[in-house]
Design a binder for this molecule. Sequence first.
Ligand SMILES: Cc1ncc(COP(=O)(O)O)c(C=O)c1O
Length: 379
Amino acid sequence: MGFSTDAIHVGQEPDPSTGSIVAPIYQTSTYVLEQLDKSKGYDYARTNHPNRKALERTVAKLENGHAAYVFTSGMAAIDSVFRLLRPGDHTILSQAVYGGVFRLTTKLLVDFGLEFSYVDTSCVDRVKQAIKPNTRMIYVETPTNPTMIVTDLAAVSKMARERNLTLAVDNTFLSPYFQQPIALGADIVVHSMTKYLNGHSDCTGGAVVLARPADAEKIYFIQRSAGAGLAPMDCFLVSRGVKTLAVRMERHNKNGMEVAEFLAGHKKVKRVIYPGLASHPQHEIAKRQQSGFGAMLSFDVGSLHAAEALLNHVHLCSLAESLGGVETLISLPAKMTHASIPREKQEEIGITEGLVRLSVGIEDVEDIIADLDGALSKA
Ligand SMILES: Cc1ncc(COP(=O)(O)O)c(C=O)c1O
């Protein structure tokens, strides 16, 4: 079946007991056993519940994985991936990863004996040079948040496979609709489902999709042991969102391109970073490995002062963290999503104080552009 059909039907069969076309929300913590050692498939909601199982089947199918497990947030999902490692293991990460991943790795997981290096993964040779005898994993965000750097997944996965390294990819920015990392050779895909998979900004959630059955077993063990599996109501909300993923992404993509082109031609904007523009350094790679460019973009207005003036004069665009919802969100990574990265490091990886991030929503694009145009006149 096609992507849209799978998004609507896999894991979403009518409820067998009533015929309800939408699965009920199983708002219960425990399940009564028929007899000792005989359940109806569920015993306790931390371990599993029908809404979680349904969503996990959908996400696994859309990402072409062997299995998927869903968590209370993207960070909980990512944390579970690093728990596949042992003290002493080394991981190479994309240099400009989401600030929360930078914080998790530099401030928490290092205390458990894990080692991390941050490398420009858009250059395969730099990744190769960073490999050490104890390297076990390469963790790539593509495009990166918020610098929009694209990594050639086929090239990195070939290199990782030859060296027996696990490749994990954060596919949050594009969703499985525009990018299929497992088909390009990744072993693990992670998502902040808070973003496009849910799409309506009404809950947080995360997913880990595994290509290898052995990894799937371990992640399920971590999910049920550590207890960060997604709750029934939130699974229901993400499942509802996923059904419209394909149509939302088409509209996001169209709006993203139009807004990028508008900004690229605006005199107050120094630079637009959007993989769909021919000026993007990895435009050709993006064209090859993505089936769309999505709706995330960053642009530089030259200074903190100009950025503040812009952000304080938008009306339709909401000044808020997060991304991937139907509404357009605007933010200043240096002071918001990436504030946990020290200033010098921010500059080194391209997060200038005037860099504004935009998650282009699916409103009428003329309205988004008019709002940005009005606010830019104050910048
Ligand atoms: C690319 C990316 N990955 C992971 C996360 C973390 O997800 P969550 O906020 O759902 O924990 C985010 C959050 O913004 C993100 O942008």
